[in-house]
Design a binder for this molecule. Structure first.
Ligand SMILES: NC(=O)C1=CN([C@@H]2O[C@H](COP(=O)(O)OP(=O)(O)OC[C@H]3O[C@@H](n4cnc5c(N)ncnc54)[C@H](O)[C@@H]3O)[C@@H](O)[C@H]2O)[C@@H](O)CC1
Ligand SMILES: Nc1ncnc2c1ncn2[C@@H]1O[C@H](COP(=O)(O)OP(=O)(O)O)[C@@H](O)[C@H]1O
Ligand SMILES: [K+]
Length: 517
């Protein structure tokens, strides 16, 4: 699913009105009506007080349309105009007149904190104050209004986006943002729903289809995409009945140190379970018995050193090499990695201490093959690209790093984001059960295993991140968030693959995203 930029959203609205021969007010009518249908379906006429707070732009216009439909359907509605500016939009004014025609209870004009109404906990707040047009800090009294919403504890339904959130930057003050219980967003989800600093402002969200021009929706290229089942299905490579293990490549997993051999076991098992033909683990001598005993399918090469990787040297010809899990940053390991990179031409996936070594020795970056995959968690990312001022700055820095070194970066976390050049691939699977030791090692293994089967590095990364999260989503049904461990994620890869071909996802224009509250 595409995430359109602010400019693209406005362009889409404009093109739609031209191509469908309708007025922008008609589009606003559709938007407001869609929200009304959503509420009416759930409320079935219940006489719960509904407070509709409208700004003075088109988001406020949507609110006025909604309020009109609610009044006509007999709901108990109070409408307010949050008068933060006198520059009303044309369609707002048209709908301001229309609502006056259906009720004597005209919208209440609010200009300061003295105008705030009482809101009971069981009431409903509709937040139509700011939409995607927010472009400067919210006035203090309007911020106070948003805090008033929050202290009421009433269910808060935001239209399009929680008011106070920008589309393209992190807001200045947390207290100046509506805390939505639910957001009904038009046309596409907004990037801020997925970023750690701003995702918290809506507990759940859903996209409503307001019938924008189909050609615009299909042909417009966006630089951010949400990766769900429909995005990964075309990537999937079916197996030829006559295939043999030689078709699916040979993964080499280099890593481990005394006390951290498990990381290599997890990554190697994950690579094989994701479908590669052969796996060899390259570890310090101390891990030999543990690896062979716990994972008989793997071949093992040991370093001459007992406890560390000191010389990455092998006689095999792997299709792809994963480096770094559990490896440590001993000076002998750093030197081994440098020597290895100087001679290596095989595709690489680098994680954990491999990333930490690159971060401290940035000259090594020049030695990486094109489209090397790096899978940092936030702390590793910071070591690699430096500190960022907010999530948007982080993404810009990650894009610049990816372009400069021609690497694919996976920014791990909830909604892991794969960054390649200017593109962002935002993952839709995964859950807090993955916040457990070793789950990153498993991800390294699966991406490596996919590259070995012939997926290009970017497809392998996007698909691997998806399958890793999906596997955890299925496994969590059996284990719960607390008891899920990294090994379970490997055990459920099979279910994640099978899931690709069952249970259709909700359709694009009606996607619901639920978080655990
Ligand atoms: N064609 C339409 O009428 C459609 C309108 N839609 C709605 O339109 C919204 C966008 O509407 P607008 O572009 O009018 O913008 P908003 O309604 O988000 O913002 C209102 C106005 O306030 C001004 N403003 C921004 N920040 C401010 C601040 N801090 N203090 C005071 N004023 C500020 C802006 O210049 C803008 O004109 C979408 O979010 C969506 O809800 C959608 O329904 C799609 C169709
Ligand atoms: N709250 C969460 N929701 C979804 N995925 C998560 C969450 N927390 C962690 N993950 C995923 O789990 C993995 C953790 O990786 P990492 O921090 O490297 O773990 P480790 O070093 O223990 O292997 C990443 O793929 C990350 O995206
Ligand atoms: K809003």
């Amino acid at each position: 699913m595409k995430i359109f930029s602010k400019e693209q959203i406005y362009e889409g609205d404009k093109l739609t009105t031209e191509r469908q021969g309708i007025h922008s007010t008609d589009l606003m009518e559709r938007a407001g009506e869609q929200i009304f249908n959503w509420m009416h379906l759930r409320m079935q006429g219940a006489q719960v007080p509904i407070h509709v707070f409208c700004g003075i732009g088109n988001n406020g216009g949507d609110g006025l349309v909604l309020a009109r439909h609610l009044i006509l359907a007999g709901y108990s509605v109070k409408t307010y105009v949050v008068n933060y500016s006198h520059k009303r939009s044309k369609d707002f004014l048209i709908n301001y007149d229309r609502i006056k025609n259906v009720t004597k209870d005209w919208p209440i004009l609010m200009e300061s904190e003295e105008d705030f109404p009482m809101i009971a906990q069981d009431d409903i707040i509709v937040d139509a104050v700011f939409g995607v047009g927010l472009n400067r800090p919210v006035a203090n009294w309007v911020q106070a209004l948003f805090r008033h919403f929050k202290t009421s504890n009433a269910f808060t339904l935001s239209i399009d986006i929680p008011s106070g959130l920008y589309l393209d930057k992190t807001p200045e003050h947390e207290s100046g943002i509506v805390n939505a219980s639910y957001t009904l967003s038009f046309t596409c989800p907004k990037l801020v729903f997925f970023l750690p600093e701003t995702a918290q402002f809506t507990k759940q969200w859903e996209v409503l289809d307001i019938g924008l021009d189909a050609e615009f929706m299909q042909t417009t290229q966006t630089d951010a995409v949400i990766i769900g089942k429909y995005e990964v299905l075309p990537i999937y490579k079916p197996r030829d009945p006559f295939s043999h293990k030689g078709h699916f490549g040979h993964c080499l997993v280099v890593g481990g140190s005394y006390g951290k051999i498990g990381a290599v076991i997890l990554a190697s098992r994950a690579a094989l379970s994701s479908g590669c033909g052969l796996v060899t683990s390259y570890i310090p001598k101390c891990g030999y018995t543990a690896l062979q005993a716990s994972f008989p399918e793997a071949m093992v090469i040991t370093d001459n050193d007992e406890n560390h990787i000191t010389d990455i040297h092998f006689e095999i010809a792997p299709s792809v090499i994963a480096v770094g899990v559990g490896m440590g940053t001993d000076y002998k390991t750093i030197s081994a990695l440098e020597n290895f990179l100087k001679h290596n031409n095989t595709p690489l996936v680098i994680d954990a201490d491999g990333i930490n070594i690159l971060a401290k020795n940035q000259s090594f970056l020049k030695l990486l093959p094109k489209q090397t995959v790096l899978t940092p968690h936030p702390k590793e990312l910071e070591r690699l690209i430096g500190k960022w001022s907010d999530d948007f700055d982080k993404l810009e820095k990650a894009k610049a790093f990816s372009k400069k070194h021609d690497v694919i970066l996976v920014i791990k976390g909830a909604h892991s984001i794969t960054v390649y050049g200017n593109m962002l691939y935002i993952n839709s699977t995964g859950n807090p059960g993955l916040a457990t030791a070793g789950s990153g090692d498993v991800l390294t293994g699966i991406i490596t295993g996919l590259i070995s089967q012939g997926y290009d590095a970017l497809s392998a990364t996007v698909f691997g991140v998806y399958l890793h999260g999906k596997s955890a989503d299925i496994a969590v049904e059996d284990y719960g968030y607390q008891s899920l461990i990294a090994s379970h994620v490997i055990e459920y890869f099979g279910a994640a693959y099978l899931d690709l071909f069952k249970q259709p996802e909700p359709v694009e224009d009606n996607t619901e995203n639920k978080k655990e509250s």
